[in-house]
Design a protein around this ligand. Structure first.
Ligand code: NPW
Ligand code: ADP
Ligand code: K
Length: 542
């Protein structure tokens, strides 16, 4: 797994590196060489325009420019002011050194002049704004960014695409769209979510020093990005000696007259994910409709009101059914009422490994007055509890219904508040968004996100069915619950990719994801096993 650090913690690592003898000047030189190396590895790169800002990001650019010139490439630095006028000592010194080494410089070009420079180049090295970027992009960089994006050159961004917040993942009104981002020391959350996913291109981490790995771990990473090989430890063990019950039985509870489709999709997803036996429990009013869609899955009708919403009498029945299930999912399509709150509450008190999604989460918000972290007694239990909120639901659970989290780092913060108040190792919050974090008291794990095709109604119901299914198949417990949850998210994401290949990137509907789950599971598990073997053989060679 790769550590992901908040920008403020990256700065702490930088300070720690200086304490162990790697000066900031040395770091800047290594950052510049790392960026230059990536340009040299691009096929056919001959002429490079290096666009430098006035801070240390620009400093990296000057070092890279000098290195590229020394390697025989045609180089042109573009800078807003005379290098002698740069206020930061370090950036000014490397700029002056580059000029002395013969790097040609264009100072404060007009738009046309910049376009001419870019016409001559086949690669742009973007060193305008790095982690020091804040507020809206000011002149001249707003115009420069437009020119870069329109140039048709391949773009390598240094540390972060200029105009993107490395912390929040939000792009300013102008933002470089890179083909490759060489980021220094460690991944930052803004590169992995929201606009970051659109503008970073491929991401390469340049550690810059041998002590970086240790110092990043000591700096308490905000999250860990998974590699496929990591999943080997949490995968379902395959065996021919199983029957439908030992393959895991899942109880799905949800639905209402208004939303009969959600629990149907969750139940089908649970079955496609490999559980041997799935039962669906829904309000009596929709039981027949559900059963017509589910030939393999028995449907149980539960007491409900005239609106087809579960009533409190359903709670005891559900708790009883939960006793014979390897895992239970509650929530999809359920609505929030006194009855559904009673059902969620009964399941929380049960000993069943539990996944709560959608309106199940909204019931939990109602139970805890929108401040789950103030009521840890509701979530404290011996069996696993996996909550799968999207940003809106997470906001409602964390006292932020008016201002739900808007970035991955805020998602992680809210999720952490919940799991830390609970304090147990059995709770995981799967905080969903364009990037998803699986957060436990011990760690936050970031699976590789799927495609935007997943942003379709019902996609979350599919994920929660898959989650309950996997939990059932590992016997209702896992030594590393957040990693197991991340594996399920990764399979969900890959199911999106498989479905998009078949139906087009915009044509995917939630049911199509369900049909792709089986192949996606095989593919991810096979790749994880293969990646593990490769890691092992590299380890032996080393
Ligand atoms: N961490 C590490 O270990 C290492 C870090 N390194 C590198 O240092 C970088 C961070 O450097 P940094 O702190 O100097 O900030 P940086 O990104 O250059 O920006 C500051 C400049 O941008 C300007 N500016 C800001 N906002 C703006 C706006 N909206 N519109 C326009 N201008 C704006 C701001 O102007 P000001 O706001 O001060 O007027 C100032 O001039 C980091 O990303 C990495 O590349 C490596 O060298 C070595 C290892
Ligand atoms: N832009 C995106 N890129 C990747 N995954 C996404 C994107 N948007 C949403 N998702 C994923 O799709 C799922 C949507 O879940 P949710 O919002 O609960 O949907 P619903 O409530 O309609 O079932 C989540 O797993 C989320 O991570
Ligand atoms: K940059």
């Amino acid at each position: 797994m790769q550590p992901v650090l908040n920008v403020e913690d990256i700065k702490r690592v930088e300070v720690e590196l200086t304490r162990v003898g790697v000066s900031v000047s040395e770091l800047m030189h290594r950052a510049g060489y790392a960026a230059a190396q990536e340009v040299l590895e691009l096929e056919g790169a001959k002429s490079v325009a290096v666009l430098c800002g006035m801070g240390n990001n620009g400093g990296d650019g000057w070092v890279a420019a000098e290195a590229l010139l020394a390697r025989g490439l045609k180089v042109q630095v573009v800078c807003p002011m005379d290098p002698d006028q740069i206020s930061g000592d370090l950036a000014r010194q490397v700029a002056q050194a580059a000029v002395k080494a013969g790097v040609p410089v264009t100072v404060g070009p007009s738009r046309d002049e910049l376009d001419e420079v870019l016409d001559e180049a086949d690669v742009v090295l973007d060193c305008m704004l790095g982690t020091g970027f804040h507020g809206e992009v000011r002149a001249p960089f707003d115009i420069w960014i437009e020119c870069v994006n329109a140039s048709g050159c391949r773009v390598v961004s240094v540390d972060v695409p200029s105009g993107l917040s490395a912390q929040t993942g939000q792009a300013g009104s102008a933002c470089v769209v890179a083909d490759l981002t060489v980021t220094m020391l460690a991944l930052k959350p803004g590169l992995l979510a929201d606009d970051g996913r659109d503008v970073c291109g491929a991401i390469v981490v340049a550690p810059l020093a041998e002590q970086t790995e240790r110092l990043c771990v000591e700096a308490d990473p905000v999250a860990w990005r998974t590699d496929l090989a990591d999943y080997r430890d949490v995968m379902v063990e395959t065996s021919a000696s199983v029957d439908k019950f030992t393959r895991g039985s899942v109880l799905v509870v949800g639905g209402s007259s208004r939303f009969p489709g959600a629990p149907i999709m969750a139940a089908r997803a649970a079955a496609r994910m490999g559980a041997g036996y799935v039962t669906l429990a829904v309000p009596q009013a929709i039981a027949a409709v559900c059963q017509t869609h589910l030939l393999e899955i028995p449907v149980v009708g539960l007491p409900c009101d005239v609106e087809g919403v579960l009533t409190a009498d359903a709670a005891e029945r559900v708790a009883k059914m939960a006793r014979s299930a390897s895992s239970v999912l509650v929530g999809p399509g359920m609505r929030v009422s006194g009855g559904t709150v009673a059902v969620v509450s009964a399941l929380l008190r049960s000993e069943a490994p539990l996944v709560i999604d959608a309106d199940g989460l909204n019931c939990l918000s109602r139970l805890t007055e929108g401040r789950l972290f103030d009521f840890p007694e509701f979530t404290r239990r011996d069996a696993p509890l996996i909550l799968t909120p999207h940003r809106g639901e997470l906001g409602r659970l964390s006292g932020r219904s008016e201002v739900p989290p808007t970035s991955l780092s805020e998602q992680l913060e809210c999720a952490r508040q919940i799991v830390w108040s609970d304090g147990g190792s059995e709770i995981v919050v799967v905080s969903k968004g364009s990037a998803t974090g699986c957060v436990s008291v011990d760690q936050a794990v970031l699976p590789k996100p799927g495609p935007a095709a997943l942003a379709t109604a019902g996609s979350g119901d599919v994920l929660s069915g898959m989650m309950a299914s996997y939990l059932a198949q590992v016997g209702g417990q896992s030594e590393n619950l957040p990693l197991m949850a991340a594996l399920v998210c990764e399979i969900h994401g890959y199911a999106g990719t498989v479905a998009a290949e078949r139906l087009g990137s915009r044509g995917v509907m939630a049911c199509d994801l369900i049909d792709s789950i089986g192949l996606a599971t095989d593919a991810i598990e096979e790749r994880a096993a293969l990646a593990g073997l490769e890691d092992a053989s590299e380890g032996q060679q080393a």
